[in-house]
Write a protein that binds this ligand. Structure first.
Ligand SMILES: Nc1ncnc2c1ncn2[C@@H]1O[C@H](COP(=O)(O)OP(=O)(O)OP(=O)(O)O)[C@@H](O)[C@H]1O
Ligand SMILES: [Mg+2]
Length: 260
């Protein structure tokens, strides 16, 4: 069973945050207790859930680098069962400050240890890099969800990501597995999207989630209102799809057995 899932891809703008926020919110709306940890200095997951990052006094940075207990950084959101550890202004410096720290790769895992059992699922939104913030997420996680945007160059960098996963698995986190690959911003009317989807499915076989997320303008509007799609426009295509994706993620997490 997988309880902690990192949403990771070092390629920027592929839908990591949109996926982390909306999968977390959808499961929480369904009654699951969910924790979302914002590991990205851009703080998009925090602002997308209505938290002003400039006003975060205790967030990911303080948890990782100042020893603040993670429960002190918990913030409620508009979704009843959804708790967030937000990213504040100091997180931008964390990547550099972490370098000199003892146990620098395991800080998030240690911080989560005491609290993760309080949640049915913990999602971690990663920044678009393979630096120490992402490594902390991969070490704390049991499964990785990889959003891949259906565009040219989609697979560029994925082998680098898989190598990074392999290194973490061999070094610090032998249980780590790829929970799933999610095709995002999919436009079934274009040959390119179909080709990319086909290529990803051939490369990753059973690991690609059944549902692909289409481009949906409501999904891109929701963050500016500080709301997940389910609260912003619960009847949109984006909301429907993310509800399905969320169910699939939960089923996979519950049934997960480590892959070799
Ligand atoms: N399915 C979708 N339909 C329309 N717009 C989308 C969709 N998914 C994401 N977007 C938009 O695309 C942009 C990038 O998405 P998102 O922020 O989720 O990517 P990311 O991988 O987290 O980016 P970063 O690497 O910068 O953290 C955002 O403006 C988001 O609103
Ligand atoms: Mg993001």
């Amino acid at each position: 069973m997988v309880r902690v899932v990192a949403v990771a891809n070092q390629k920027g703008g592929v839908g990591k945050t949109t996926t982390a926020v909306n999968v977390a919110a959808s499961l929480a709306q369904g009654g699951e207790r969910v924790l979302l940890v914002d590991m990205d200095p851009q703080a998009n997951a925090s602002s997308g859930l209505g938290i002003d990052p400039r006003r975060v006094a205790s967030g990911t940075y303080e948890v990782l680098l100042e020893g603040v207990p993670i429960a002190h950084a918990f913030r409620r959101t508009a979704v009843p069962n959804l708790t967030v550890v937000p990213a504040g202004p100091d997180l931008a410096g964390a990547e550099i400050e972490l370098v000199g720290r003892e146990g620098r790769e395991t800080l998030l895992r240690q911080a989560l240890e005491a609290e993760k059992d309080r949640f049915g699922l913990v999602l971690i939104d990663c920044p678009p890099s393979l630096g120490l913030l992402t490594v902390n997420a991969l070490v704390a996680a049991e499964g990785v969800l990889i959003p891949i945007q259906c565009e040219y160059y989609a697979l560029e960098g994925v082998s680098q990501l898989l190598n990074a996963l392999q290194r973490v698995k061999q070094g610090l986190n032998p249980e780590l597995m790829v929970l799933g690959i999610l095709l995002t911003m999919f436009d079934g009317r274009t040959n390119l999207a179909l080709q990319v989807a086909d290529q990803v499915k051939r490369a990753f076989r059973g690991r690609v989630l059944r549902h692909a997320v289409p481009r949906n303008v409501r999904l891109s509007e929701a963050p500016s209102h500080g709301l997940p799609i389910g609260l912003y426009d619960g009847r949109s295509r984006g909301a429907e799809i993310y509800a399905e994706v969320a169910k699939e993620v939960l089923v996979r997490a519950r049934g997960a057995t480590p892959l070799g």
